[in-house]
Design a protein. Structure first.
Length: 167
């Protein structure tokens, strides 16, 4: 295996090595600039380098294939681990919390169980009730409940409470 200054009997590996490295760099750039084009072009360039390395023999071509697969695997795991820690990675990944969500957790409504309130809208069977000055979505187990009727919270659910008419 000669790296440069090929004689008629030897094959230079400068171009195949350059193509393989350039292809792997383009594939690595695909992780930061997801366009599909860079990854595809990188794969084509890498395969061209592997193909040209076959002129130096089967062993050299096999070494190029193994190097390509090992570096590609390392790139994948490194970028999978490192990318979420970068600013670009955080902007590409949907990281959200439940804080300030439109539908509060059921635990937030557990404090209303057993408390009395009034129907702000008609419950047919769902609507809005006021409990301790707070408007809460509610579901009536009694079916239809008139507006301004007194209700009692029987249980707390996800995003709403279940109520029944006061007796």
């Amino acid at each position: 295996m000669m790296l440069c200054a090929a004689t008629p009997d030897t094959v230079s590996l400068v171009l195949p090595i350059g193509l393989l490295v350039a292809g792997l760099v383009l594939i690595g750039a695909e992780f930061f600039l997801p366009t599909v084009v860079l990854g595809f072009f990188g794969a084509v360039v890498s395969f061209a380098g592997i193909y040209l390395s076959a002129d130096a023999g089967a062993t050299t071509c096999a070494v190029f294939c193994v190097v390509f697969l090992v570096v590609l695997t390392l790139e994948f795991f490194a970028f999978r681990r490192l990318l979420p820690q970068t600013a670009i990675g955080r902007s590409m990944i949907n990281v959200s919390s439940n804080e300030g969500a439109a539908v509060p957790a059921a635990a937030g409504y557990a404090v209303y169980v057993g408390k009395a309130g009034k129907a702000v809208t008609v419950l047919a069977p769902s609507g809005t009730v006021e409990i301790d000055g707070t408007l809460v979505e509610a579901f009536s187990v009694d079916g239809f409940v008139e507006r301004n009727a007194a209700v009692v919270v029987t249980e707390a659910g996800s995003g709403r409470v279940t109520v029944r008419r006061s007796r």
